[in-house]
Design a protein around this ligand. Structure first.
Ligand SMILES: Nc1ncnc2c1ncn2[C@@H]1O[C@H](COP(=O)(O)OP(=O)(O)OP(=O)(O)O)[C@@H](O)[C@H]1O
Ligand SMILES: [Mg+2]
Length: 391
């Protein structure tokens, strides 16, 4: 068995994050031992959600009162869209579906509650990802691993973040301490001290990545634009210090890890509370402030929670926000001691990293290997993640 899996194999990872922008599909070739896999990206495709589908997901993800039938329909509709993303990435690479060993589908998060609440005398945390894996398996004829977060939650973890193990496998270094930063809708970091064992790895969400900025851009352009390309609009504005300082006082930023966040913390309600819905300010100034909020919370978290003693040398950035030059510039200014680069120089394009991660995690699940890091999620133990849908 182990022999069979150690051979080179093709896998697809599917991811759509909190930005609700697109389904990302990464076709990768995996080879080598589980502890040090060799990963090569063969093709990457990003299939945008049709605007009406995005709108429907957003309603659910923002906690609006929607009939359960709507969630059920969306689950199956997204299953079809995720399967189509697999067709797209395989067509692009000229790879037939029969050659795939596994598809790892993160699905679309519509609810995430990483902190426990008391329910009937019990501590309950939960997370719900939709995009029905049975549909993906039926359309593609490939084994599908999905629902990665639930097993970690069941084991007492936050169910997030799950990419830190992959960061560890891909970027650990004997001599140099490394931070990886992913700037999706939410921003998260993985801290890997030089020569660290998995137990010494830290990883957590720092707060908003692009989520607040995107929301402001949609608001001010009436949906014509979905993000601030390169941070150009923000560059024309100035930081509104009062608003920034008020937003920085949100308790999440001071909490010690493990911690994870989503639209529940930094969605429309947060934007209305701290940015809109009172004295009108210039759009550019609000955007600049939101940009600075991301830069300050990412770097602030690293300074206060992890940097002391970790002797870090470099930061490897990924996620769509890596294209925001203003944001990246500010992060570099605030962390002058780190060498900041994009994950692209390691053969992992910034836009593809999270999708690649779920191909790797699915491959581990098929081999019966754990995919969470208990030190990161807070789980009682390392567990094999996901449910498997046979083809
Ligand atoms: N050229 C660009 N300039 C500025 N921002 C960009 C650019 N391209 C993409 N982005 C930002 O990246 C976002 C999408 O990033 P990504 O797909 O990594 O996030 P995600 O879907 O939320 O995933 P996750 O939360 O899991 O990391 C867009 O919504 C936008 O804010
Ligand atoms: Mg995305």
């Amino acid at each position: 068995m182990a022999q069979k899996f150690a051979r080179s194999r093709l896998a697809v990872g599917l991811m759509s994050g909190t930005s609700l922008d697109a389904v990302d599909a990464a076709l990768v070739r995996l080879a080598g031992a589980a502890e040090a896999p060799r990963v090569r990206l063969v093709a990457f495709a990003s299939v945008r959600y049709p605007p009406n589908v995005r709108q429907r997901i957003l309603r659910v993800a923002e906690g609006k009162a929607v009939p359960v039938g709507e969630i059920s329909q969306l689950n199956f509709l997204l299953g079809e869209l995720f399967a189509e993303a697999v067709f797209g990435v395989c067509r692009q690479a000229g790879v037939s579906l029969e050659r795939l060993s596994v598809i790892g589908s993160h699905g679309q998060t519509v609810f995430h509650q990483g902190f426990a609440t008391r329910e009937g005398g019990r501590n309950i945390r939960s997370s719900l990802q939709i995009a029905e894996p049975a549909v993906i398996a039926e359309r593609t004829g490939v084994p599908v691993v999905a629902n990665f977060r639930t097993r970690d939650l069941a084991a007492g973890g936050q169910g997030a973040p799950l990419v830190p193990l992959v960061d560890y496998l891909l970027f650990k270094d004997q001599k140099m301490g490394t931070v990886t930063l992913n700037l999706g809708g939410i921003a998260n970091v993985t801290v890997i001290p030089a020569g660290a064992s998995p137990k010494k790895v830290l990883g957590f969400d720092t707060g908003p990545g692009n989520m607040v900025m995107d929301s402001l851009v949609r608001h001010f352009t009436r949906g014509r634009r979905t993000y601030d390309t390169g941070g150009r609009m923000a560059r024309r504005g100035k930081v509104l210090e009062d608003r920034l300082n008020e937003a920085l006082r949100v308790p999440f930023f001071r909490q010690a890890p493990p911690k994870s966040a989503g639209r529940e913390q930094f969605g429309e309600e947060f934007v209305r509370r701290f940015f809109l819905g009172r004295k009108r300010e210039r759009a550019e100034d609000l955007l600049r402030t939101a940009n600075e909020l991301t830069a300050r919370t990412v770097t602030g978290a690293l300074r206060s929670l992890t940097l002391p003693g970790a002797s870090l040398g470099r930061m490897i950035v990924s996620g769509g926000g890596a294209h925001n030059r203003l944001l990246l510039g500010r992060i570099k200014e605030l962390l002058p001691e780190l060498e900041v680069t994009l994950s692209d120089i390691f053969g992992i394009p910034a836009d593809a990293k999270e999708a690649i991660a779920f191909a790797i995690l699915a491959d581990r699940t098929l081999r019966g290997l754990p995919g969470n890091l208990p030190a990161v999620t807070g789980a009682r133990r390392a567990v094999v993640l996901g449910s498997i849908c046979q083809p």
